[in-house]
Ligand binder design. Structure first.
Ligand code: NAI
Ligand code: MG
Length: 336
C-alpha cells in the first residue's frame, strides 16, 4: 500500500493538490495520503520553510506530490525555496518534464518531447555571494553530475523509442562555445555517455538556438537534455506551445523519495479564485502512478484528462470557463 506525502504549499498549490487527490481517490487504488507543510506561509508560521517533520514524512513515504511554494525575489533571512531544498536533500538529480500536444485550440499539434533537466548543480548550486557592488554566482558542473543526468536521458530515449516505435533522438543543449570549461565538460560527458547507446541519434544545439528551435519546429525534438537553469527556462518555454504552465507536469527522480509536481509556481495573481488549472498536477499524478508501478491507472488518468479537454471543458488559462472544481468533477465523472 503506497503512501503519498502531499505538500500543497502556497497559493494555487492549495487548490490543485486537493483536485489531484480527488481524482486519485476516484481511481480506487490502495493509496494512503499523509499531508505535510512547506512554503512561505509555513515559514511565517513556524520559522521554517521545510520543517523537519515534513522532511521525515516525505522520507518515509513512497512518493511526494508537491504543489508549489512562493519564494520572494529578495533575501529573507532563514528562507530557502523548499523545492530546491527537497531536490538537494533527496539528491533528486533528474527533473523530467514531458511536453506533449493536448486536444484543444490552445495547443500546437504533433509535439511529443521530454525535457531532462539536471536538478542539483549548475547555476542553482546556491553558491552566490556579494563582494561590495559585485555579485557572483558560481556555476558548478561536475563529471559525475553530468554523466548521470545524460544516462537518465538516454534510458528515457530508449524507453520512448520502444513505446512509440520510432528511432530515439537525443538533443544535447549547452553553450560550450562560450562557457568552454563548464559546458565543455557537460558536452564531453554527454557525448561520451550517449556513445554507449548506439541506437540513439545524438544532436547538439547551443541553448539560444535551442530556444528558437523550440518555437519554430518543436515537432522535431524527442528527448532534450541540459543543465539546470537552461532546462528550467526551456521547459517553461516549451509548455507554452501546448497550453502554458497550467498543464505542465514533472517528476524529480534520484536517490531519495521521488517528488512529483506541476511545473508552475504558486500563481499569486489567480490564487484563491478557484480557477487554477489542475491539469499540471493531474498529469504529474499520472507520472507518479507510473513510477509506483501502476501504469494502467496512470493511463486511465491521462486519458480522462485528455477526453475532458477534448470535450471543450477547460479552465480560463486555456480559454475556457470551467473552475478548478468543475474540471476536476468532469475528470472524475469520466473515471467513474
Ligand atoms: P507562476 O507559475 O506561479 O505563474 C506564472 C503565470 O502562469 C501566472 O500568470 C499564473 O497565473 C499562471 N499559472 C501558473 N499556474 C497556473 C495554473 N495552475 N492555472 C492557471 N494559470 C497558472 O510563476 P511566477 O509568477 O513566476 O511565480 C510566482 C511564485 O511562484 C514565486 O514566488 C515563485 O518563486 C514561485 N514558484 C514556485 C515554483 C515551485 O514551487 N516549484 C516554481 C516556479 C515559481
Ligand atoms: Mg520554472
Amino acid at each position: 500500500m503506497p503512501t503519498i506525502c502531499l505538500i500543497p504549499g502556497d497559493g494555487v498549490g492549495q487548490e490543485v493538490i486537493p483536485a489531484a487527490v480527488e481524482v486519485l481517490q476516484t481511481l480506487q487504488l490502495d493509496l494512503t495520503f499523509v499531508e505535510a507543510e512547506a512554503g512561505f506561509a509555513c515559514f511565517e508560521k513556524h520559522g521554517s520553510a521545510l520543517p523537519e517533520e515534513t522532511l521525515a514524512l516525505a522520507r518515509q513515504s513512497d512518493a511526494v506530490l508537491f504543489g508549489a511554494t512562493s519564494s520572494p525575489s529578495t533575501v529573507v533571512a532563514g528562507y530557502r525555496s523548499p523545492i530546491l531544498a527537497l531536490r538537494r536533500e533527496f539528491d533528486l538529480y533528474a527533473n523530467l518534464r514531458p511536453v506533449f500536444s493536448l486536444p484543444g485550440l490552445f495547443s500546437r499539434p504533433g509535439i511529443d518531447m521530454l525535457i531532462v533537466r539536471e536538478n542539483t548543480e549548475g547555476l542553482y548550486s546556491g553558491r552566490e555571494r556579494r563582494e561590495g557592488d559585485t555579485a557572483i554566482a558560481e556555476r558548478v558542473i561536475t563529471r559525475a553530475g553530468s554523466e548521470r543526468i545524460v544516462r537518465v536521458a538516454c534510458e528515457q530515449a530508449m524507453k520512448r523509442s520502444e513505446a512509440l516505435g520510432r528511432p530515439a533522438v537525443l538533443t544535447v543543449v549547452h553553450k560550450a562555445n562560450v562557457l568552454k570549461l563548464t559546458d565543455g565538460l557537460f558536452r564531453d560527458c554527454a557525448l561520451k555517455v550517449a556513445a554507449e547507446f548506439p541506437e540513439i541519434k545524438v544532436n547538439e544545439l547551443l541553448v539560444d538556438s535551442a530556444a528558437m528551435k523550440l518555437v519554430k519546429s518543436p515537432q522535431s525534438i524527442d528527448v532534450l537534455v541540459t543543465t539546470n537553469l537552461f532546462g528550467d527556462i526551456l521547459s517553461d518555454e516549451a509548455s507554452a506551445l501546448v497550453g502554458g504552465l497550467g498543464i505542465a507536469p514533472s517528476a524529480n527522480l534520484g536517490m531519495g523519495t521521488p517528488v512529483f509536481e506541476p511545473v508552475h509556481g504558486s500563481a499569486p495573481d489567480i490564487a484563491g479564485q478557484g480557477i487554477a488549472n489542475p491539469v499540471g498536477a493531474l498529469l504529474s499524478s499520472a507520472m507518479m502512478l507510473e513510477t509506483l508501478g501502476e501504469p494502467d491507472a496512470a493511463g486511465r488518468l491521462r486519458r480522462a484528462v485528455m477526453e475532458t479537454l477534448a470535450s471543450g471543458v477547460c479552465t480560463p488559462d486555456l480559454g475556457g470557463a470551467a473552475s478548478t472544481e468543475q474540471f476536476t468533477r468532469a475528470v472524475c465523472t469520466r473515471l467513474g
